[in-house]
Design a binder for this molecule. Sequence first.
Ligand code: AMP
Length: 215
Amino acid sequence: MRVVMLGPPGAGKGTQAKCLEKEYHIPHISTGEILRQAISNGSHLGKEAARYMNRGCLVPDPLILDIVHQRLLQPDCVPGYILDGFPRTLGQVRRFDTLLEEMEQPLNAAVSLEVRLDMFVKRLSARRVCSNCGSVYNLSSTPPKQEGACDSCGGQLTQRSDDVEETIQMRFEIYRHETFDIKNFYIAKGLLREIDGEGTIEEVYKRIVQHLKDL
Ligand code: AMP
C-alpha cells in the first residue's frame, strides 16, 4: 500500500503515519526527519537544507525529489510506504506522479488530515521531540511522565527550532499558498481521502483505517 499524508504542520501526520507503519508493516518516510538527520550528521545535504529549514522555508524541489527517489528505491519500500511531509508543492506532486508512473507503482491514497488553524498553532507550540530517539510528545495532550525527559530512553526533550511562533506562522502561510492545490490534484485522480484530524490519536487513527480498509 502506497499512501501520502497531507495536512498542515502539526496536523498529526507523523503520529498517524507511525501508527500505520506498525499496522501495515511498511516504512514511514518523513522528508523532514531525513533532512533533520542530515543536519545533525553535518552532511553536505544537511548544510544545504539547514539554510532553508531554519527560516521555515521549503527546501528546493530538486533536492527533495532526489531524496525521495533514492529512499523509494530501498528494498523495504517494495511492499509500500507512508510518505509524510511530501509532496508539498504542485511541482513536487507532478514530478512524483511521473516518477511513480515510471516505477509502475501507483499511489493508493492521499490522506488529508483536516484541522482548524488555531489547533495547529497550539499543537506545534506544545510539541517536544526526544533529541536521542526522536519520540514526539505534546505538552498538553501526550506529556512525558517526567518533565523534559523521554519516557522511552530518558533522552532530553527539545523544541524543534522551527516550532517557534513566527516560524510556525510562516510555515502555515507556505502550506496555504503551495500545498492547497495538491488536494485538487489528488481529487482529480480520485485518490483524496479527507479525514477529520481533531480528537485523540486513537479516534483519528480509527477514521484513517476505516478509509484505507477498502483499498
Ligand atoms: P516537517 O518535519 O515535515 O514539518 O518538515 C520540516 C522542514 O523540512 C520544512 O519546514 C521544510 O523546510 C523541510 N521539508 C520537509 N519536507 C519537505 C518537502 N517535501 N519539500 C520541501 N521542504 C521540505
